[in-house]
Structure formats: C-alpha cells, structure tokens
Design a binder for this molecule. Structure first.
Ligand SMILES: N[C@@H](CCC(=O)N[C@@H](CS)C(=O)NCC(=O)O)C(=O)O
Length: 216
C-alpha cells in the first residue's frame, strides 16, 4: 500500500473541496502541486495521470486514480464511512447532492480558469469584464441557493443538519473563490453563516488555499 497522493493547486476550488474531504476523513496524503497559471497541469507527466489535464486527481493507496472532485469525495465517502459526507436517507442525499451540483455544475464550469482565459484571448475581455462575468454566474446560483437554504427545515448549522458534508465542502470552496473576485456576500447571510461555521473546523481551515505548501 502506498500513500495517498493528491494532485492539486492551492488556489483551485475543486482541489480545495478534496482537501477538505481528505481532512474530514482523516486521510494523510502527499501534496503534489501543479501551477495552473504556469500551465503545469498540461505537462506530459500529469496528463499521464489525468488525460483531462485538470486538477484535482487523487491516487489512492492501491494506485487507483480518481478524477473529478465530486467523484473523489464520494469515493472517499465509500472508502471511509465515518464521518459521512452524505445523509443516511435518500431524500437527504438528493438534497445534499443538489446543493453540491448547483455549485459544481452551474457555477464552477463557466468560471473555470480556461473559460476566463478564453474570455480574454478570444473575446477581448479585460480584468473588469472577467470579474463581472464571474460575479454574474455566482449570483445566478447563489440567489436561489440562499433562498433554498434559508427556507428549508433541513438546514442547520451546516447545509444539511448539524454535521458538515459534501454540500458544505462545495460551498466553502466556492466562497473562497468568490473573495478573489469581490463577490458581495451581503445578500447571502445564510451561506455566509454556514461558511463561517465550517471554517471553525480544522478540516476546513487547514484545507484553505493560504495554508497550502504552494500558496503565493
Ligand atoms: N469538474 C472538475 C473540474 C476540475 C477543474 O476544472 N479544475 C480546475 C481548477 S479549479 C483546473 O484544473 N483548471 C485548469 C484550466 O482551466 O486550465 C472537478 O470538479 O474536478
């Protein structure tokens, strides 16, 4: 059995998700950094691990490679049952996955580095235009997410009840990204409150971009 390896980048929110999940599960891992702005995720050595050339990628103890942050989190949840990242009941699991996917499928893909780069190189956007794009797509989903969380009896200290899980992982990583683009969190008090509750936990705080070995 080898040590777990996480290919990631300090500023990547999808990497941040997996770092939180590994910490919650108590899995020690080797941190392999790929500097996205230097294009290191396109190096042949990393493409051999993940042909998609995206971080994160996890190499498990038996050599199994898992890509896609949500798939990695669910893989970890199945490999190590406690603490569970998903609720025990099917409606609860569906709710947590829905919140997670609102962030992972609706916000992140259109705000990914390669998309923001394409806005600049193909469509002539400047820094202000790129930031405006980023905030637009965050607000499109954060507004309904705030309403869902604020109104649901299932929301507790965290997105679903009083234990952190997959939805909180996605929420915290997205809020960290938002700060880089000055997203106004005033309209999102429930989201901000859940984020603050998460950050009190070492598993979340230790996974923060600023605490990683490649942080700049
Ligand atoms: N859906 C994937 C997205 C992975 C992804 O796009 N990661 C970003 C960093 S957050 C990346 O590698 N970007 C490189 C690029 O855009 O060129 C996941 O959840 O893991």
């Amino acid at each position: 059995m080898s040590r777990v390896v996480l290919h990631n980048y300090f500023r990547s929110s999808t990497s941040y998700r997996v770092r939180i999940a590994l910490n919650l599960k108590g899995v020690a891992y080797d941190y392999v950094a790929h500097h996205l702005r230097h294009g290191e995720h396109r190096d042949a050595a990393f493409l051999a691990v993940n042909p998609q050339g995206l971080v994160p990628a996890l190499v498990w103890t038996d050599g199994t490679v898992v890509t896609q942050s949500l798939a990695i989190c669910e893989f970890l949840d199945e490999a190590i049952r406690e603490p569970a990242l998903l609720p025990a009941d099917a409606p609860g699991r569906a709710r947590v996955r829905a919140i997670s996917q609102m962030i992972a499928c609706e916000i992140h893909p259109v705000n990914n580095l390669r998309v923001l780069n394409a806005l600049r190189t193909r469509y002539g956007a400047d820094d202000s235009g790129v930031a405006d794009w980023f905030r637009h797509w965050v607000n499109e989903t954060f507004a309904p997410l705030e309403e869902m969380l604020a109104k649901s009896p299932h929301t507790g200290r965290f997105c679903h009840g009083d234990a952190p899980g997959l939805a909180d992982i996605c929420l915290v990583a997205q809020v960290a990204n938002n700060a880089r683009f000055n997203v106004d969190m005033t309209p999102y008090p429930t989201i901000a409150c859940i984020r603050d509750a998460c950050m009190e936990l070492p598993a979340f705080a230790d996974a923060a971009p600023a605490r990683q070995p490649d942080a700049e």
